[in-house]
Design a protein around this ligand. Structure first.
Ligand code: HEC
Length: 118
């Protein structure tokens, strides 16, 4: 058994922790991307300049008013107390759509926070 001095052991432990945190974040991002691709991308793009699909694009979602994509024929604008989409209101929206557990919603929302950022 190789024995490391206490300083080196601590250094290695910190390095391992950092590495596993980074892989965890990358894994969550991939999972989020996968959920979006499977369940949302059929109808939503992440960028305003991609060709429109059945639903409104989601660019800049987390600072947008509900139902605000110019020219999109909304049938039913989601109304909440906050004036704009937030993590909480998107979470409620996904709960109503009803197919994710708490962890999956968290992962999808975190992915969308990055992917829809202007
Ligand atoms: C079958 C097509 C379809 C799928 C799949 C779909 N959506 Fe939608 N979505 C729509 C349509 C259409 C609207 C506009 C509703 C209306 O007419 O008011 C919409 C509206 C929205 C809005 C409101 C946007 C705004 O401008 O206020 C959000 C947010 C949203 N969807 C997120 C999602 C997410 C996240 C997923 C994946 C979990 C998803 N949608 C899956 C069709 C879809």
């Amino acid at each position: 058994m190789i024995s490391f001095g206490p300083r080196l052991s601590i250094f290695l432990m910190i390095l391992l922790l950092m590495l596993s945190a980074a892989t965890g974040a990358a894994k969550a991002e991939n999972e989020g991307r996968g959920l979006f691709k499977n369940d949302c991308a059929e109808c939503h793009t992440l960028n305003a300049d991609e060709p429109a699909k059945r639903g409104p694009h989601l660019e800049g979602l987390f600072s947008r008013r509900y139902g605000a994509v110019e020219g999109f024929p909304y049938r039913m604008v989601w109304k909440k107390a906050d004036p704009v989409w937030t993590v909480e209101s998107l979470d409620d929206y996904l709960v109503i759509h009803g197919r994710y557990d708490d962890a999956e919603r968290g992962i999808l929302i975190r992915y969308l926070q990055d992917a829809t950022r202007l």
